[in-house]
Design a protein around this ligand. Sequence first.
Ligand code: AMP
Ligand code: MG
Length: 422
Amino acid sequence: MNIKTKIRNNCFSLPKGVNWCPVDTALRTLKESLHTLCEPMKISTLASEGYTLSQSINAEVSNPSFSNSAVDGYGFSGSTTEGLNEFSLISETAFAGAPFIGRVPQFHAIEIMTGASLPTGVDTVVLNEDVTLDNRKLTFSGKLKTGSNVRLAGEDVLRGDLLFDKGHRLRPQDLALLIATGVKNVEVYEPLRVGVLSTGNEVLEPSSSTKDDLDEAMIFDSNRPMLRSLINKWGCDVINVGLEIDDIGKIRQKLNMAAENCDVLLTTGGASAGRADYLSKLIKEEGTLFEWRIAVKPGRPLAMGVWKGMPVFGLPGNPVAAYVCTLIFFYPAMCSMSGSGWQEPQAFLVPANFQKTKLPGRREFLRARLNEKSEAEVFRSEGSGRISGLSWSTGLVELPDKALEINKGDNVKYIPYSSFGI
Ligand code: AMP
Ligand code: MG
């Protein structure tokens, strides 16, 4: 089955008459328009961390696959000795990986190590430190419930149990579960190929320029390394489309190149309606642009469109706005295109450690971090060129579209960056 269908050119279109698009509307449109763009493939479980499952997975063996001791101690049959706490010790020992093959007779106990298979005749283990040994006579005080300190075969997972649904992105601990339950290979989606393009006459390629090149007019391209790292973290393949000057022909070439090699493209700069903003102009004239003047701060302009079947997220050039828009708009879209479905970032209500009067009209995302009392502090400036605030912060405070008076102690919505997998 070929699931790699092209994105419809009008998939981002907005209802007539909407000029400033509310964040929720933009997100809903993205959610409804996008779908998985990646093909399935089979890989070794050992190399599967960060990939998204294209099929659900069931256990091939139970965990544990055999009943064994949960502690270092002495094993006996509790079920046939009714609360007895005195046993004769047999001379053998059951080790992990070297089980005792034989039967432990009734009223007898065997020394057993953590992880050792339970010998026939053993269903209960008493802890090393709880026993007294006197000339092969083992005693302990009180009664021990039958089955104590034992891990029964399949008590965690039974062979055939569902381990993960399709769409789950595998984490390190998931590899442990897959390996423990005998799953050698998994069906996953190929990584989404995300192109990254920077535009702007003032922007310098950081790998081939130095601080001496920064005369009064130039800046380093700080967006592309940031976006490339984010995309890498999200398990996508980064396609470096490069850096381009504000030239319509050259940007067209880059878009064409990207459409050949990428599933989706992230650009920064030139997305607005200024005279040097060729990205939005090009997509509007030759692709399909829905220049969403999204009611978001920081963020507008954010041009979303389609170029030759490839979705394009035309992010603002300001690094803070580029970062925030990538998290808020691209992250859930990327999850959807990668096969894990639309993902809403997990948010927490925490008391504000700041005061702010918010105007109506735009959803606002403030760079924030939690203090030692788990209250949200916000960065001293809301300027979207203040890159240092991104490094200072550990998450975002999201303020609703409406006007709001926030006082210290009021609950605000805090979204840690970890909710975006970073
Ligand atoms: P633009 O969206 O092209 O109008 O750019 C908005 C602001 O972001 C301008 O101050 C640009 O110089 C700056 N900017 C654009 N691209 C980058 C980039 N790749 N890295 C850092 N800043 C940028
Ligand atoms: Mg520009």
